[in-house]
Design a protein around this ligand. Structure first.
Ligand code: SAH
Length: 340
């Protein structure tokens, strides 16, 4: 998954912009500007509640086309010039193609890019990630008659393709195997994302030591569970993940429980996860959509209404996507999580 997505020469993200109607998949900020506007307002309120620090960095992990950041900044600009003046923008992005797009859409702002969190200044930060964690390489374990095996990928020479292979491993090599999956049936698959947990740890340490908050939005489950979620998509259709390596998008569902546990172990307060539907509704997506629709011209209105409907759909993104925030232990509950 790491190679398929990130190989410098052939990696999926290195060689293309995968987003949008004509691309492989579409994300919330690409569906409607209302998404970024609400996250922008969330940033303003969180900054105000933290005592309006004069020096703050706004970090986005995996900013795609830069649409979310552009909508966030446009909203902050409207609401608080003081906040706009106080913040510096840092983007974590590995794709040269997407960096170029971010550069174009954010041309009015001063931006610093990073390949990972390590080089970001150690300062109070608001750290946003939408559909970033799902792109990080997952590990899979399979329960067999002889216990847990790790799932690897091998070359099937006879058929000239790739296939999965189960390789034995000892629990000693994997000390933190969660208890709740220990009585899994033969054939069960368990996914663990060690890289995600490492990035979460590094986010949590920053928030603990320097303050403010992080907001993570992604598709995934609120409890650690069994089941395969590795998924390959091209042109909005599902594919076999072992075909067309580097040409198809690979993701797995985010285990929010594991991310929450990592943050708590660093001493942070975790809020949610709540559903994207509840989060956006609590923060006024319906009111904002009405205001925009009243100002829009005829052709735009159905798009606006349909966009918002999609973002909060009970049988779609609204339920599948979860939103989780982390703050220092003594912070108050951030906007959108009051009901949790
Ligand atoms: N947040 C955007 C894009 C989501 S797609 C949106 O909502 O539209 C995933 C993003 O994460 C892309 O920008 C991709 O290039 C970036 N990405 C994937 N793996 C990464 C990694 N290991 N380090 C940094 N960025 C990564």
């Amino acid at each position: 998954m790491q190679i398929a997505l990130s190989d410098p020469e052939y990696g999926y993200y290195q060689t293309r912009d995968p987003l949008g109607v004509h691309g492989d998949f579409i994300t919330s900020p690409e569906i409607s500007q209302v998404f970024g506007e609400i996250i922008g307002l969330w940033c303003v309120v969180t900054w105000q509640n933290a005592g309006r620090p004069r020096n703050i960095i706004l970090v986005e992990l995996g900013p795609g086309r830069g649409t979310l950041m552009a909508d966030i900044l446009a909203t902050i600009k409207k609401v608080s010039q003081e906040f706009i003046n106080a913040l510096k923008i840092h983007l974590v992005e590995t794709s040269p193609v997407l960096k170029q797009q971010q550069n174009a859409i954010l041309k009015d702002y001063e931006i610093t890019w990073h390949n990972d969190l390590e080089t970001i200044p150690w300062e109070p930060a608001l750290i946003i990630a939408n559909e970033f964690f799902d792109a990080l390489p997952t590990e899979q374990y399979v329960m067999t008659k002889s216990g847990w095996h790790q799932r690897h990928i091998t070359v099937d020479i006879e058929h000239n393709n790739l296939s999965f292979i189960n390789v034995p491993f000892t629990k000693q090599k994997f000390p933190k195997f969660p208890n709740q999956i220990s009585n899994a049936k033969v054939g069960s698959i368990f996914e663990r994302n060690v890289i995600s947990e490492g990035i979460m740890k590094s986010i949590a340490e920053r928030i603990r030591d320097n303050g403010i908050a992080s907001l993570i939005i992604d598709y995934g489950h609120t409890q650690t569970q069994l089941g395969e979620t590795l998924q390959a998509v091209k042109s909005h259709k599902y594919y076999n993940p072992l075909t067309d390596i580097g040409e198809i998008d690979l993701t797995s569902h985010v285990d929010f429980k594991a991310l929450a546990a990592t943050s708590e172990s660093i001493g942070l307060r975790v809020h949610g996860p709540t559903t994207q539907r509840d989060f956006l509704k609590t923060l006024g997506i319906e009111q904002r959509t009405k205001v925009l629709a009243a100002k829009a011209n005829g052709g735009q209105i159905p798009l606006l209404l349909e966009g918002s409907r999609r973002l909060i759909a009970k049988d779609g993104m609204g339920a599948l996507f979860k939103v989780m925030a982390i703050t220092p232990k003594k912070s108050e509950t951030p906007a959108g999580f009051e009901l949790n």
